[in-house]
Design a protein around this ligand. Structure first.
Ligand code: 13P
Length: 267
């Protein structure tokens, strides 16, 4: 079924329901108290003055910050219309898991979102599809929206395995969540486009998003918001977000610059 554009900040799916538009910043392992304070302050004042650009936005804008800065984000963004979240969450509720952070702890810091399965976690921390799925379940159980990330490496794309890889990664999350699947946000981040300055073309992004949309629909979750991530900048966001199955972006490097990030959000 076709989707059509509807207003500035939402899309009506083939089923006639609204999918929320969302732009999420992923600071990764960047930041320092003083620099964060400036960035957050500029985001709050800039987003507040965006006015019409925000109308109809079902979810809007969020930043996922390193764990130690969650309290700072909560203090700076609380009361604003910008949400915040973590970049990871433990699959476990509590106990002897040194270095892990439980979803219930994120709730205490007001997190609305937690990234799960970012390719950097899969690559450098050997996270498996099943672990990612368990993290998504733990987040949801605590009332946090998991932003579940999927994406193929360059080698996988060149081996024509893109569809198989992203559908396998998606299927693990779908199987773990069952009827809760509609509560997630899904992010497609081709690994070859992350931090490389090499963005997927809008058509490449749409092709994979359409595949994932079909899988979501089959799983009874057609209206899940789907973000594209990988070298999103102010200059390419509009064309990417204009694609029928792209509902927003997951932004790394450009989210560390308030003006650039706000320009992406307004796109
Ligand atoms: P860049 O926007 O820096 O390419 O990072 C994308 C990303 O990994 C967001 O999670």
């Amino acid at each position: 079924m076709e989707s059509r554009r509807f207003g500035a900040n939402s899309t009506v799916s083939g089923e006639g329901r609204m999918r929320g538009k969302l732009v999420v910043g992923n600071w990764k392992m960047n930041g320092a108290l003083a620099a964060n304070a400036k960035l957050l302050d500029r985001l709050v004042s800039g987003w507040q003055s965006s006015g019409p650009a925000r109308e109809g936005a079902a979810r809007g804008l969020a930043v996922c910050v390193p764990f130690p800065y969650l309290g700072q984000a909560q203090a700076a963004l609380g009361g604003s219309s910008i949400a915040w979240g973590a970049q990871d969450v433990s699959a476990h509720a509590s106990g002897a898991f040194t270095g892990e952070v439980a979803a219930a702890m994120l709730v205490e810091f007001g997190c609305r979102y937690a990234l799960v399965g970012h390719s950097e976690r899969r690559q450098w921390h050997a996270e498996t599809d099943l672990q990612v799925a368990a993290k998504a379940r733990a987040a949801l159980a605590a009332g946090i929206t998991p932003v579940a990330c999927v994406g193929e490496t360059l080698a996988e794309r060149e081996a024509d395995a893109t569809a198989a890889v992203v559908l396998r990664q998606f299927a693990a999350v779908a199987a773990a969540l069952g009827t809760d699947l509609p509560k997630i946000v899904l992010a497609y981040e081709p690994v070859w486009a992350i931090g490389t300055g090499r963005t997927a073309s809008p058509e490449q992004a749409q092709e994979v998003h359409a595949l994932l949309r079909a899988a979501l629909r089959k799983a009874g979750a057609a209206d899940v918001s789907m973000l594209y991530g990988g070298s999103v900048k102010a200059g390419n966001a509009r064309a990417l977000f204009a694609m029928p199955d792209v509902d927003g972006g997951l932004v790394g490097g450009a989210s560390l610059d308030a003006d650039e990030f706000l320009a992406i959000a307004r796109a």
